[in-house]
Design a protein around this ligand. Structure first.
Ligand SMILES: C[S@@+](CC[C@H](N)C(=O)[O-])C[C@H]1O[C@@H](n2cnc3c(N)ncnc32)[C@H](O)[C@@H]1O
Length: 284
């Protein structure tokens, strides 16, 4: 086990070594996410925060165990999508914006399990995520994986710095998992997406995950409203049709915009997660 993994093992105490600039006594959402995914890049305070924050998580399973199911479904879909893009579409370059920590089958792990030469640029706007991520990636020394502090709302800056690692004359997959639902105005989200796609060659892809709204199911909408309050985050939930509109002018990859567990699943058993759409489209 690497030193970094050992210092973040499950059950580690707050006195364990933390990467420089990280206070292991203050919980941090991306580390909570890592914990919920079953990772080791988290501290006792993150695990306690998860138990406290998600005690009332809705859904079939519910509570902190329920949120683990939901989040693992979303990460499972990400892994399937990345492997599909590498193995079946020949993509070797990924730009993952709003990535969170690069653990638990996040993009470089999924891509490089299929193609060890795959290049990945992660981008997140949270300096704590960036500091922790660079510590975790310290052993990936071939230069093919980098982590930038950057903002989705500034495509020119992100693209300019990503181009030090990625060759935009070749296909790139833009990964926007859990990003577009932070952009309240649809037209602004579409404009930003177009700015990234303009820099990408035909045959490039975009992969999206997005909190879902169900027009038909008011009970589910009430559950999701409760969830918004619980998370204290202003996320915009959109219908399947609204999320599909982000792909206007592109070729949507089968099976289209679907719930996480339905994107080319290997196994359809297990409880259904809360609705979150995922979809992939190819630039013409
Ligand atoms: C819920 S996490 C998603 C992590 C990962 N993409 C996933 O789907 O599991 C959201 C991440 O988005 C980052 N984020 C939020 N707004 C952003 C922005 N405008 N630009 C870049 N990153 C952003 C946050 O710092 C956080 O790490």
């Amino acid at each position: 086990m690497s030193q970094s993994a050992a210092s973040h093992r499950e059950g580690a105490t707050v006195t364990d070594a933390a990467p420089e600039g990280i206070d292991p006594r203050i919980p941090h959402v991306p580390r909570v996410l890592d914990y919920l995914l079953g990772g080791t890049a988290n501290f006792e305070c993150d695990r306690q925060a998860a138990a406290h924050a998600f005690a009332g998580w809705p859904g079939e399973t519910g509570g902190v165990e329920g949120v683990k199911v939901d989040i693992r479904h979303a990460r499972g879909a990400l892994g399937r999508i990345v492997r599909h893009l590498v193995k079946d579409c020949g993509v070797r370059q990924f730009l993952d914006i709003a990535s969170g920590l690069p653990t638990m089958d996040n993009v470089h792990l999924a891509a490089r399990s299929a193609a060890p030469d795959a290049k990945v640029v992660y981008v997140d706007n949270d300096p704590l995520v960036v500091a922790h991520a660079r510590h975790l990636l310290a052993e990936d020394t071939d230069g093919g994986v980098s982590f930038l502090q950057g903002d989705f709302h500034d495509p020119q800056d992100v693209l300019a710095r990503a181009s030090r690692t990625l060759d935009f004359s070749q296909p790139v997959a833009l990964v926007l998992f859990g990003m577009l639902h932070f952009v309240e105005d649809f037209a602004e989200g579409a404009r930003l997406l177009a700015a990234y796609l303009d820099a990408m060659t035909p045959g490039s892809y975009v992969a999206v995950s997005h909190f879902a709204k169900d027009d038909e199911d008011t009970e589910m909408n009430a559950t999701l409203d409760a969830l918004d309050k619980q998370l204290g985050e202003a996320v915009v939930r959109r219908t399947r049709a609204e999320v599909a509109r982000f792909f206007d002018g592109m070729d949507t990859v089968e099976p289209g915009v679907v719930e996480t567990q339905n994107w080319r699943p290997a196994d359809t058993s297990g409880p259904a997660p809360l609705p979150m759409w995922v979809g992939v489209a190819r630039k013409r």
